[in-house]
Ligand binder design. Structure first.
Ligand SMILES: [Zn+2]
Length: 464
């Protein structure tokens, strides 16, 4: 009896199909996807519409399982109303597919009903770590947006799963599986095999620019996960954003990721300055996509991920494992690598810049420009040019400024810490090393951080 509806419906949908190779359902709000599965499709990408994030639910004989709680308690309330328009059964489970606010900030509404909130440990950590910071940021910096978020009560998942899990709702089983870090460090894919239906979380979008900028994202794994989902051959796919569609969305999403990565990498290769070329970036076949602001975010993530392997700088640096590489964004034309080591006591950062330049002129100009700028502003920072000399690299002679450490502890202004710099010049390229530490006023910690940085720089050597 289930089968009888589908041939007619699929034929009809084949005519309407735009983005996916099969089966787009051109509706928002509550959409019946299959016998026991419903999607709740966001109206649009705005804050009041929950940033376009979808959610949904599965109907068992005994209980309901909700997938993602939307961006605010008010939006979660709409979702709950939709559930109630279909069934009076208890909402026993809520799955958070990942930690992003547009999927989790409505959690409190379902926790209040007694639902068990299920997620990966990385998702729980993500909410714990970032949600208070984001909320505070909106409160301070974007009060008009914060008005919509004022009711958000950060609610952590209370059931953390580390293995693929099957939940029996009576008459239907829901499978939660983890593809490894992909869109975030802790994505869950929700599959209802008997209904040939799958919820992708943030892994696939239909008509939206995907968000590739999460620090925990892994592009290779993400692409593998798309292939894997396609192999499961669902008839219906509820994407993280955009309308319900068919499995064609996986190939479309994969092409988007690969195109964007290649665009970012060739920009790095061509030494394009990120901010200047960004307005010209076009990702093929995405002209109609929503959330164009993601493009900058995504290209920046490509810089962060591929800077090293693409530019192949002429030096190597050994740093300890607790250093993380930060964004190479704004300085592609010059080349920039930044390490940050952060702990509860404060942070220390180490930045290397290199650029092709006329050696003799820039050597003088850059040093005096930097000294002049910093001293002129009376920022409290102290830079000292301690010396320069000619250095032989193989057969060629180069200028180098070295041993030019200057440091001073800042007394009053908050953004201070202590810092030091050095500059090396070789074959027309200038390599500048800057180090900063900020230990929230703890001088001993700042000294300690600076020692670590200086040790790291002492390992710097030219490869060729
Ligand atoms: Zn997301």
């Amino acid at each position: 009896m289930k089968i009888s509806k589908y041939p007619v419906m699929l034929l009809f949908l084949a005519v309407l199909n735009i983005h996916c190779s099969s089966g787009e359902i051109d509706r928002t709000g509550l959409v019946k996807v299959s016998e026991r599965v419903y999607a709740f499709i966001a109206e649009g990408a705005g804050t009041a519409q929950g940033l376009g994030a979808n959610s949904g639910f599965v109907l068992g004989d005994d209980a309901v399982l909700v997938i993602d709680s939307r961006y605010t308690p008010a939006l979660a309330g709409q979702l709950l109303e939709a559930v109630r328009s279909v069934t009076d059964l208890p909402v026993k489970y809520l799955v958070n597919t990942h930690y992003h606010p547009d999927h989790t900030w409505g959690n409190s509404v379902f926790a209040d009903l007694g639902a068990v909130i299920i997620a990966r440990p990385e998702t729980r950590q993500g909410i714990e770590k970032y949600a208070p910071v984001y909320l505070e940021y909106y409160r301070k910096e974007m009060p008009e947006k914060y008005e919509l978020l004022v009711d958000v009560r950060i609610t952590l998942p209370d059931s953390v799963i580390t293995e693929n899990t099957v939940i029996d709702l009576g008459g239907v089983e829901v499978e939660l599986f983890y593809p490894g870090p992909a869109h975030t460090a802790g994505d869950l894919i929700v599959s209802i095999g008997s209904e040939k239906t799958l919820f992708t979380g943030g892994l696939a979008c239909n008509g939206y620019h995907a968000n590739m900028g999460d620090p925990g994202a892994d592009f290779d794994n993400w692409i593998a996960a798309l292939d894997d989902m396609e192999k499961r051959a669902p008839v219906r796919v509820v994407p993280g954003q955009g309308k319900v569609c068919g499995k064609g969305v996986f190939a479309v999403q994969k092409k988007y990721l690969l195109d964007l990565i290649e665009i970012g990498r060739s920009a790095i290769r061509e030494e394009k300055i990120f901010s200047e070329y960004l307005p010209d970036v076009v990702i093929p076949d995405s002209e109609e996509y929503r959330q164009k602001n993601m493009i900058a975010f995504n290209i920046q993530a490509v810089y962060r991920r591929y800077m090293f392997s693409t530019v192949d700088p002429d030096f190597m640096l050994d740093t300890s494992d607790d250093f993380v590489i930060q964004d190479g964004g704004g300085n592609a034309g010059k080349g920039r690598i930044k390490w940050i080591r952060q702990n509860e006591d404060g942070y220390s950062e180490l930045e290397l810049l290199w650029k092709p330049a006329n050696v003799a002129e820039v050597l003088v100009q850059d040093i005096y420009d930097d000294v002049g700028r910093h001293l002129g502003k009376n920022t409290g920072l102290h830079m000292a040019v301690l010396g320069s000399k000619k250095i032989m690299f193989g057969d060629s002679e180069s200028n180098a400024v070295f041993g030019s450490w200057g440091r001073k502890i800042r007394s009053v202004v908050a953004t201070g810490g202590i810092w030091t710099w050095s500059m090396m010049i070789r074959e027309g390229k200038i390599y500048s090393v800057r180090m900063t530490t900020n230990a929230m006023g703890d001088e001993a910690m700042e000294e300690y951080n600076m020692e670590i940085l200086e040790k790291a720089v002492s390992t710097l050597h030219f490869i060729r």
